[in-house]
Design a binder for this molecule. Structure first.
Ligand code: FES
Ligand code: FES
Length: 215
């Protein structure tokens, strides 16, 4: 710890700035400008080719390696159905289905998914040919502003698959029993998808209908 102590005077001396210069406020700018001029230039952006199959269409993008999958979908492929809510993995608005599993696309880099098959809300259905889950959301009034809805629907479709495959959740009591549809299972599995409008009960009704169950 002792080694880390450095006085203000030593700091000024080390940076080549005279004490007199610092004392005069009008003279502070010159050394700062000199330091900025000496600062190393920004490094060249590192890019990579990423091949994805998005909604059945193969596509190759040249991306900054820091591009999230969400930005690759929205900004590069113009698939704006997938929403950016929090950009921090907290709301689920950006959920898409990647190789059969739902993920928060804001939390992962596109380069990590080279070769992946991705389904976004646009790939599930279209206005004239809705996916059964989309139709059920409409029928049960499962949305208000609709901002969370693409993520909710992508999650819901995958949740039913998870239950069918017997993948347990935090509330599954018997880990060895076949997957069972219950409202508790759906609520738990959908808990990463936040709806500020509070359409939760209607969302549960929609998912239950597609599952052929009563909520
Ligand atoms: S935008 Fe990804 S979880 Fe909120
Ligand atoms: S419908 Fe508005 S946030 Fe869910």
């Amino acid at each position: 710890m002792h080694d880390l102590k450095i006085t203000r005077r030593e700091m000024i001396a080390a940076s080549g700035v005279s004490a007199a210069g610092v004392a005069a406020g009008s003279m502070v700018a010159a050394p700062v400008q000199a330091m900025v001029a000496r600062a190393p230039r920004a490094e060249t952006v590192s890019t990579a080719k990423v091949t994805l199959e998005v909604n059945g269409k193969p596509t190759t993008l040249e991306l900054d390696t820091r591009t999230t999958l969400l930005d690759a979908l929205r900004e590069h492929l113009k698939l704006t159905g997938t929403k950016k809510g929090c950009d921090h993995g907290q709301c689920g608005a950006c959920t898409a289905i990647v190789d059969g599993r739902r993920i928060n696309t804001c939390l992962t880099f596109a380069v990590m998914h080279d070769g992946a098959k991705i389904t976004t809300i646009e790939g599930l259905g279209q206005p004239d040919a809705l996916h059964p889950m989309q139709a059920a959301f409409v029928k049960h009034d499962g949305y208000q502003c609709g901002y969370c809805t693409p993520g909710q629907i992508c999650s819901a479709v995958t949740v039913l698959e998870e239950i069918k495959q017997g993948i347990p959740s935090h509330v599954t009591e018997d880990l060895n029993a076949p997957g069972k549809f219950t409202p508790e299972e759906v609520r738990e599995r959908m808990s990463g998808n936040i709806c500020r409008c509070g359409a939760y009960s209607n969302i549960l009704d929609a998912i239950s209908e597609v599952a052929g169950e009563n909520a």
